[in-house]
Ligand binder design. Structure first.
Ligand SMILES: Nc1ncnc2c1ncn2[C@@H]1O[C@H](COP(=O)(O)OP(=O)(O)O)[C@@H](O)[C@H]1O
Ligand SMILES: [Mg+2]
Length: 277
């Protein structure tokens, strides 16, 4: 079953202009991007910095709107849905950002951070305060954090722990699609592998669909069945990950792959981390 369709998506940001005379030309961040993600699939999105990956991710979760084209989630346009559909979409599509230091509200306790989606979506996720608390404890435990952390603030945690909290928070909304925008890129190498493995376990357990954005081709190769390669706002190549990585059709993809010193498909990230000093 098809879960997400991106159909001819384009996005232009207006010129920055600004007091210091910044760029005066508009930035075309997405150019006629189309892709299809099947339910239960991990779909990878790769490309150099500035190629438009985050912009696409933000448009999918409706933090930005497209200039033209459409994004359909389970047949519903994420931009023009009715208010009721909109609430359902907002819980069904969750995002985990790259930077766990800025994505969690520093003034909120972990308990409230993870419970918040259940409060926002209380019409759909009908739990009273005691059940909510139970669910927070269960979610934290599932991502590898004990209940002793409930009353702590984000600054009391490491980067990896914060990303686990962000994942628990996303799961609290009972999503079907998780958009992961460089979810491990800001973390230490050893922690990257742990968080990636956690994400893959969760996906299997909860039958989640992932859009996995990363410039880490090793992680994408490890985690994703299909991949799209973006360059300068366009998808230049897409297909099964093995095919794209083993027999890239585009020069750009070949260059991306050549830039990775050790992209061995048989070497999991865990193995890479274990080998790291
Ligand atoms: N809010 C914004 N305003 C203006 N330009 C932006 C904005 N967000 C992103 N861009 C520009 O859009 C392009 C794509 O950026 P982005 O989607 O962040 O790429 P990536 O995630 O692949 O690094 C870049 O040129 C970036 O500078
Ligand atoms: Mg980005």
């Amino acid at each position: 079953m098809t879960l997400l369709i991106v159909d001819g998506a384009s996005k232009t940001f207006p010129p920055a202009g600004g007091f210091f005379g910044g760029k005066s030309i508009p930035v075309q961040a997405l150019r006629d991007v189309s892709l299809v993600i099947e339910a239960g699939q991990s779909f990878g999105l790769v490309g150099e910095s500035g190629s438009g990956k985050t912009t696409l991710a933000r448009c999918i979760v409706a933090l930005e709107t497209l200039s033209s084209g459409r994004i359909l989630f389970d047949g519903v346009d994420v931009a023009t849905s009715s208010r009721r559909d909109n609430m359902a979409l907002r819980s069904a599509i969750q995002i985990v950002f790259q930077d766990p230091y800025s994505s969690l509200d520093p003034r909120m306790r972990v308990m409230d951070i993870v419970a918040e989606p259940m409060v926002i979506h209380r019409r759909r996720i009908r739990l009273g305060p005691p059940e909510r608390r139970e669910r927070v404890v269960a979610l934290l435990e599932r991502v590898g954090l004990g209940s002793q952390h409930l009353q702590r603030f984000p600054h009391e945690f490491s980067g990896g722990q914060r990303q686990r909290i962000a994942i628990a928070r996303a799961l609290a909304a009972e999503p079907r699609l998780l958009v992961l925008d460089e979810p491990t890129s800001a973390l230490d190498v050893s922690v990257q592998a742990q968080v990636l493995d956690l994400l893959l376990e969760l996906q299997r357990e909860m039958e989640l669909t992932y859009l996995f954005v990363s410039h880490d081709l090793g992680a994408i190769r490890y985690a994703c069945a299909r991949v799209a390669v973006m360059q300068n706002g366009s998808v230049v190549e897409s297909g099964p990950t093995d095919v794209v990585f083993d027999t890239p059709a585009e020069q750009y993809t070949r260059e991306l792959i050549a830039a990775v010193p050790d992209l061995d498909p048989d070497k999991s990230l865990a193995a890479r981390a274990a080998a790291a000093p």
